[in-house]
Structure formats: C-alpha cells, structure tokens
Design a protein around this ligand. Structure first.
Ligand SMILES: [Zn+2]
Length: 467
C-alpha cells in the first residue's frame, strides 16, 4: 500500500527539523531527503537534484504522531460524552448507543475518526476496535482505516457479548483468525493487526488465558486496559505473571491504579504503556501514571481513547499530559517544602512520547517514530506562519503548547503527500460529512426506541444514568 514508485524523490527544504533521534539530533535549519517511501538523509544543504521540493522554511518538521489507543468507531458520536462520568459512558455509550451500530456505521466512524486523526498530524493510529458485533463489522472497520491513507493498527476486539457482564466469561471472537488470514497475511502493509483483549480486570481469568493464547497463536501483539479507577482489581499484573502471560508483546493502557510493584513487573517484562490523559482525568481513572512509569523505566505513549468524550488530536493530549504531571510534581515538591529547581518532564519528553514512544508501543519503532534515514517517511510540517508560532524560540515548546490541528500544513505517510497546503489530498469531504450525519442520526433514532436510552439525542443535555 506504500512505496509504489521507489525511484521518486522529495526534498523537504529548510525547516526546523526535530528528528526525535538522539544520535542525529535536531536542526535549526535542515533538509529531509525522501526516496520512495523512506527517509534517505537529514541535514543542512542537501542536494535536491530532480527531487520535488517541499518548502519548509516556515515550518517545524517532525515525525508523525502515533496514537496508541483510540476507539475510532465512535467518531460520529463525538463530544456526546464530554460531560459524562465513566459510569454514564458505560450505560449511555458502551451498552447504549453502541448496540445500534450497523457495519456501515462502523465504517464511517473509522473513516471519519482516522481522517480526523491524520488531518491533525497523527500518521499512525491504533484502532482499539471493540464494537464488532459481527464479522461484517470487522470488515467495515478495516475498510474505513484503509481508505483513510493513514498508517493504522487494527486491534481486533470483541462486541457486546464480550463486555456486557463483568467479569466476562465469553471468549474473544474466533473471527480474529479469519481477519488475520484474509487481510493481514503480511505484517508489512500500511494497516497491520493486533489483538485488543479485555485482560484480567474485565474478562474472567480462564478467558484471559484463552484470549492470550489466541493472540499468540496468531503472532499478534496484545493491548489491554488495566488499572483504571473503579474497574481496577487487586494486583492484576502479578496475576498475569503467575499465569505466565507477561511478555514484551503487551501494551497496558491507563495503569493509574496499579501499585509501583505492578508497574515494575510490566517494566521487567518489557511491556509498554499508553496514557489517555484527558479521559483518565475526566472519568476518574486516577492521576495519569506518566511520572511513575518513567521512574520505573517505562517511557509511556499517549492516546486519545474515547473520541466521544475528548478531542481527537495529539496537541490537546500532550498539553493535558504535561499539565497533569507538572501539577503532580509541583504539588509533591510543595508538600516537601522544597520547590522544584527544574521541571522534570520536558516538552521534548512529551513530544518523544507522542512519536517514538508511540511507535515502540505499537511495535513499529523499526519502521516509524523518528526521522531516521531508512525509516518510513511519515513526516509532519507544522506551519510557523501564524502569530502564535513565531519566533520559534523553543520548537518543542511550540509543538506542545502553541500548535493545534490548524497549523498542520503538510503530511507525508510512507513518502506520499497526504496533506498539502492544509488540505487532505484525495478525500471526499462532502461524502464523509453526509455519511457521518446519516449514521449519527440512525444510531440516536434507534437508541430512542429502547426504554433505557429513550432520552438519547445530540445537543449536550442527555445525561445517561451512572451504572
Ligand atoms: Zn480505551
């Protein structure tokens, strides 16, 4: 799906280049040479030759962001849950609206959600797809991802039967085998596959063992939610260890309520972590575990999570994550009576989590996450034209604190220009808009036919009961 013409060359010229590769370093002014789908060279004054030149003289150039966990199918329900608790989300959305999704709703949710992410500079997204009522829903989810032209990991989850009773005794759908076979016989495509499992806090222990076995049978990485507030259990990671299930192929999402010993077990096993700062703070998961994870040796990644209740771009997530951790650090320092002499979590740290850290978390760091020659050319240019973006005195600070989707000017995925002059290339905006509204209207109308969700409607006033 990428690199159709290996001879084609592009030169991104004269930008402030943040490679996120510590050996290469960063450049106040440099060029990026792309050959085919890969980065060929980074440095000042590269020879353009016959390459197509992309002017970056008023831009910050960095690797595309990696969102390591998003329930993309909810995109047409965006903002409906912005004022909901976790309990209201579970009744209103998870067991309420989700049951009315037809395959075409899953398709447009995934297409809109992935296009939204790509437009804001997220070139890779792990789609945590857990509303797969039928095999046709899974096919539709993959079709939406593939059409977007973003790089994506389709993380195959279950549907209502896998979630409606807790702890859940229904095994992961065997349809995962078909999906692996039919769409992902190679792991080299722009869209690859992983397994979105429920893990020991949501499924029964017996089912958790069976689910892990299925994933490893299929040679697929695993991603689970764990340690989130009200749903947390005693020492789930220790139990995974006792059951022989801890390994470096697992990503642990949230982790807020996990004790330090539990985090240590994850670190020792080589596991990775994903923090969804906005959702965790809104829904009572607990303080984001950013600092505790870093302390114990895990560089966490950043994720959007439920796009029904939080914004879909990395800039907002980076700001919330930085603000929460800085608040915690300052609070602890004040409690000790010793003000901080430096800020422990830097803006560079945060951007690294959102790029290279994300790539490691989804197992693609040999391919993406930094502007290292040989890697895939997934590149984002942030315009510094607008008043809030210049002078560029601290580029990482600008990315974290001043940038927003509106300054994402140009994007390449696998060397292909997918956004140019602020517009996604080859996307039928009106069709996506129409399908998204039709789907939204269908889901709400169907929900109003059910007693428990009789009040369901857009507008912001609908408040489902806490579970
Ligand atoms: Zn989630």
């Amino acid at each position: 799906m990428s690199g159709s013409d290996p001879g084609r060359r592009k030169l991104v010229r004269g930008g402030t280049v943040l490679t996120l590769d510590r050996e290469l370093g960063d450049f106040e002014r440099a060029d990026l040479l792309i050959e085919g789908d890969r980065i060929a060279a980074v440095g000042p004054g590269l020879e353009a030759g016959d390459a197509e030149v992309i002017d970056a003289s008023r831009a910050i150039v960095l690797p595309g962001f990696v969102d390591t966990h998003r329930h993309t199918w909810q995109a047409q329900l965006r903002t409906i849950a912005c004022d909901w608790t976790l309990g209201q989300y579970m009744t209103g959305l998870h067991s309420g609206l989700s049951g009315h999704f037809r395959p075409e709703d899953t398709y447009i949710g995934n297409l809109l959600g992935t296009v939204e992410a790509l437009d804001s500079g997220i070139t890779t997204l792990l789609d945590w797809s857990h509303n797969l009522a039928t095999p046709e829903h899974a096919d539709a989810a993959i079709a939406g991802l593939a059409e977007s032209r973003a790089r994506a990991v389709f993380a195959h989850g279950g549907g209502a039967p896998q979630w409606d009773v807790l702890p859940n005794p229904v095994p992961h759908p065997e349809d995962a085998r078909r999906i692996r076979d039919q769409y992902f016989s190679s792991d080299d495509g722009l869209v690859t596959m992983a397994m979105a499992l429920r893990g020991p806090e949501i499924a029964t222990r017996e089912v958790t063992v069976a689910d892990y076995r299925l994933a490893r049978d299929l040679s697929l990485r695993i991603t689970i939610h764990i340690g989130n507030g009200e749903m947390a259990k005693e020492k789930p990671v220790a139990w995974l260890g006792e059951s022989g299930l801890l390994a470096d192929d697992v990503t642990y999402i949230h982790c807020n309520a996990l004790a330090d010993e539990e985090l240590k077990l994850i670190a020792d096993s080589g596991g990775t972590a994903s923090i969804s700062p906005d959702v965790e703070l809104q829904m009572g998961h607990g303080w984001p575990a950013t600092g505790r994870l870093i302390e114990i040796g895990i560089q966490p990644s950043i994720s959007i999570d439920v796009c029904s209740s939080t914004g879909g771009h990395m800039f907002g997530a980076m700001r919330t994550l930085a603000g929460a951790q800085r608040g915690l650090d300052n609070g602890e320092a004040a409690a000790r009576g010793e003000p901080l002499d430096h800020v422990p979590l830097s803006c560079r740290d945060v951007v690294e989590m959102a790029t290279l850290g994300g790539a490691r978390t989804v197992g693609l760091d040999d391919r993406i996450g930094s502007l290292t020659p040989g890697k895939q050319a997934d590149v984002v240019l942030l315009s510094t034209e607008s008043y809030g973006m210049y002078p560029v005195n601290n580029p990482y600070g600008a990315v974290v604190y001043n940038a927003h989707p509106g300054v994402v000017e140009t994007i390449l995925v696998g060397g292909e220009v997918v956004k140019r002059d602020g517009e996604l290339v080859g996307v039928d905006r009106e069709r996506i808009r129409r399908l998204a509204h039709e789907s939204r209207d269908h889901v709400f109308a169907a929900a109003r036919q059910v007693e428990a969700t009789r009040e369901a409607r857009p507008g912001g006033a609908w408040m489902p009961p806490h579970f």
